[in-house]
Design a protein around this ligand. Structure first.
Ligand SMILES: [Zn+2]
Length: 253
């Protein structure tokens, strides 16, 4: 029976651990100590490290983890991420035999050019591309690339659970409400998020269905969002025009 556990790390990162009673794989270990502590407490053997992208808060713990567990590191090799042992591209597969899991790899550029996502039936690890109620910043590439990447994730099955790498949901939903004050599903999600955070619980994983219902970056054709942006001076009401304006507004929100 597979479990997926969030290890809070650094400022607001989640390091996701995929595990059963004896084996584990870890996603985006930005630091090593909390992962090592978790593995020791649960008496788990680390089998693999998965890496969605090369930002320091996602790879900072890899070297120290590999001093203890000399395991493969799956991701995209880059001069700024030399830890990768298994270089992954669109269409690649990652088989974790001990956990009986196989991931399909898709490329999702737009936060960074070489960002990838790990998909397996039922769940996706999407790093900093899609967040609860929001999306990653457009550090590299174009808004069109980021939009396309988000649309690929949005077309995954509704029930698929979305494991994002940061606890940004509450702040993202405040922005979402400014975009779309009449969205009832969004209002419900804000209430649920407040309860979870008050209890110091993660607001993640989300689901594709919940994101499509509440995340403005996946709702760029909705009239209320378009109207909100028109009041802010938007003239290009194409889906990409709306997306680009949302991303720009959120940067300063
Ligand atoms: Zn990042």
């Amino acid at each position: 029976m597979i479990e997926i556990t969030a290890i809070p790390a650094l400022q607001d990162n989640y390091i996701w651990v995929i595990h059963d009673n004896s084996h584990a794989a870890v996603v985006d270990p930005g630091e090593s100590e909390p992962v090592l502590a978790f593995l020791r407490t649960r008496n788990l053997q680390l089998d693999a490290i998965l890496c969605t992208h090369r930002h320091g808060d996602h790879i900072g713990g890899i070297a120290a983890l590999r001093e203890v567990y000399n395991v493969p590191v799956y991701g995209r090799r880059h001069t700024k991420n030399p830890h990768i042992t298994n270089d992954l591209y669109e269409g690649a597969q990652v088989k974790l035999a001990a956990l009986d899991i196989e991931f399909d790899i898709i490329e999702v550029p737009g936060h960074l050019d070489d960002h990838i996502a790990f998909i397996t039936p039922g769940f996706v690890f999407c790093g900093d591309v899609l967040f609860g109620g929001g999306c990653g910043r457009n550090f590299e590439g174009t808004p069109a690339q980021l939009h396309h990447s988000l649309q690929r994730l949005a077309h995954l099955p509704d029930s698929m659970r979305v494991y994002c790498a940061h606890e940004y949901t509450a702040a993202n939903l405040r922005f979402a409400l400014a975009c779309e004050p009449g969205n009832q599903a969004l209002q419900q999600r804000i209430a649920a998020t407040q309860q979870l955070r008050a209890a110091n619980q993660p607001t993640l994983p989300s689901t594709i269905a919940l994101e499509k219902a509440t995340n403005p970056f996946l709702r760029c054709t909705l009239p209320e969002i378009i109207h909100t942006l028109q009041h802010r001076g938007l003239t290009d009401t194409s889906e990409l025009g709306v997306f680009t304006a949302l991303r720009e507004w959120k940067n300063h929100f």
